[in-house]
Design a protein around this ligand. Structure first.
Ligand code: C2O
Ligand code: CU
Ligand code: CU
Length: 517
């Protein structure tokens, strides 16, 4: 495959979706998923992708807190999948329709029927539907904190393929209080959705049809992870953005299947991180480095004032897989995008980096109703393929996690595998308590936890509400959360999509306590 020249295409500004009308008194959106051709780089022929409203990535939802909306996600995709479907993995069997989709609002606090349960998929024209939650119009109450969420396909066994084909986009919730913070807004604020992709010479998306070496008797076969050779932001390969010498707010989303990004700015200037996955930090965190696993978000302010004429590269040095895999190639995957400070200041920059952003009220460990110990563990499937499991359980096994509505729980993620897994829970936001190294071999032999070092508090820029938490190998990662405000069926999973599709996902159920009925 040819090497693509960096920084020849401007960063696309994603469209904002508009409702088509009202339904039951709230704004109503219809969003079509379609196969389209799109130019992803100056020198690439148009690439066939799956987009929302014909766009990859999908347009932005920009909504206000406490203002509910309704969305009908319409599957207008072709009958043939764009990418190789492995029919040996659970939920994607030979009798299932190949092209299925269901949309999940990642980070969204929504009822189970609107959450995009993996088995609530449906085909083109809603002709066939999966076994769960038949509901065509989803409710998004937007009752949660202002935050950068994102929406993406979540269909059982083919999420990695649907998202790689293009089915993802940003969803922004603004709290009314936010207006008083005087952050950069309008054209000085934008989402940056980072994804990696590989291409064939004809411009088509490349995604492996089997691992190397191949698995005898399984073709196509899921791979254990996938790292694209090109880095795209908002659907362009290595774009540049011309900026004014002033402050900007970027909502960075890692929408990649497997790739982590450990970002810096080539100018060595800091990021002022103001928010995590699900809301503001207490105060901005000034940091020269931000690490995002798949599905994590960072809300940041960059200040380009006094930098007229400079070209600043957003770099990446996260090995793939993380943290012990291949180093990046400085010239390609080691770079993400470029900021060119070339546009004269249109008016004085009156935006601010406030000293205080919010007041996070932590959940107290002493109030936890349940403490869980859950392993992240490698195993082998019937074809001899290595795969990963949550607490050694597969999707099909009976539900083993069923908190009562309102319960506070502490989860200990015991990672005995050899890479970091970004663990995501639907419905809830969580706070990371700490991470502590333990004796993996001893644990594997005896099931007993022996710590080998002190517990370390989360990074300063992780001390906010999150929905996706990095569980590092050889460490026990603890978080605390409260199961509110809805009951019913949800999922938790690793957000490395190749892992999620290959059994690293489990349902859980929030139960209604009978005293509440
Ligand atoms: Cu972003 Cu269950 O997913
Ligand atoms: Cu989610
Ligand atoms: Cu994983």
């Amino acid at each position: 495959m040819m090497k693509l020249t960096k920084y020849v295409d401007p960063l696309p500004r994603l469209d904002t979706l508009e409702p088509i009308g009202e339904l039951d008194g709230v704004p109503y959106y219809e969003v079509h998923m379609r196969q389209v051709k799109q130019k992803l780089h100056r020198d690439l022929p148009p690439t066939t992708v799956w987009g929302f409203e014909g766009k990859f990535p999908g347009p932005v939802f920009d909504v206000d807190r406490y203002e509910p909306i309704k969305v009908k996600w319409i599957n207008d995709l072709p009958d043939k999948h764009l990418l190789p479907v492995d029919t040996t993995i659970h939920g994607a069997g030979p009798n299932e329709p190949r092209v299925r989709t269901v949309i999940h609002l990642h980070g969204g606090v929504v009822e189970p029927e609107s959450d995009g349960y993996p088995e609530a998929w449906y085909t083109n024209g809603y002709k066939e539907v999966g076994p769960f939650f038949e509901r065509e119009i989803y409710d998004y109450p937007n009752i949660q904190r202002g935050a950068t969420l994102w929406y993406h396909s979540h269909a059982m066994g083919i999420t990695r393929l649907n998202v790689y084909a293009g089915l993802a986009g940003p969803y922004i919730i603004r709290s009314p209080r936010e207006a008083f913070l005087n952050l950069p807004i309008g054209c000085y604020e934008m989402p940056l959705l980072i994804q990696d992709r590989s291409f064939n010479d004809d411009g088509s998306l490349y995604y492996p049809s089997e691992p190397d070496p191949p698995i005898p008797g399984v073709d196509p076969s899921v791979v254990s992870d996938f790292f694209g050779e090109n880095i795209l932001v908002n659907g362009k390969v290595w774009p540049y953005l011309e900026v004014e010498p002033r402050k900007y707010r970027f909502r960075i989303i890692n929408g990649s299947n497997s790739r982590f990004y450990r970002m810096r700015l080539s100018s060595n200037q800091p990021f002022y991180q103001i928010g995590t996955d699900d809301g503001f930090l207490n105060s901005p965190v000034m940091t020269e480095e931000i690490l995002l696993a798949p599905a994590e978000r960072a809300d940041v302010i960059l200040d380009f004032s006094g930098q007229m004429g400079e070209e600043i590269v957003l770099t990446n040095d996260a090995p793939s897989s993380f943290p012990n895999g291949e180093p990046v190639d400085q010239d390609t995957t080691g770079q993400i995008m470029q900021f060119r400070v070339t546009v004269p200041l249109k008016c004085p920059d009156r935006s601010r980096i406030p000293y205080r952003l919010t007041k996070i009220i932590p959940l107290r460990e002493s109030e936890a109703d349940t403490i869980r110990y859950l392993t992240l563990v490698r195993n082998e499937d019937q074809y001899g393929r290595a795969f990963l499991l949550l607490d050694d359980e597969r999707w099909m096994e009976p539900i083993s996690i069923a908190p009562k509505l309102g319960d506070i729980e502490v989860w200990n993620l015991i990672n005995v595998a050899n890479s970091t897994h970004p663990i995501h829970l639907h419905l809830v936001s969580l706070l990371i308590l700490d991470r502590q190294p333990f004796d993996v071999d001893h644990f594997k032999e005896t099931g007993e936890i022996v710590m080998t070092g002190p517990a370390v508090l989360p990074d300063l820029n992780e001390r906010g509400w999150k929905d996706t938490v990095r569980a590092n190998p050889g460490e026990i990662t603890r978080f605390i959360t409260r199961f509110v405000p809805f009951s019913g069926l949800y999922v938790w999973h690793c957000h490395i999509l190749e892992h999620e599709d290959h059994e690293m996902m489990r349902p859980y159920e929030v139960l209604i306590n009978d005293t509440m009925e």
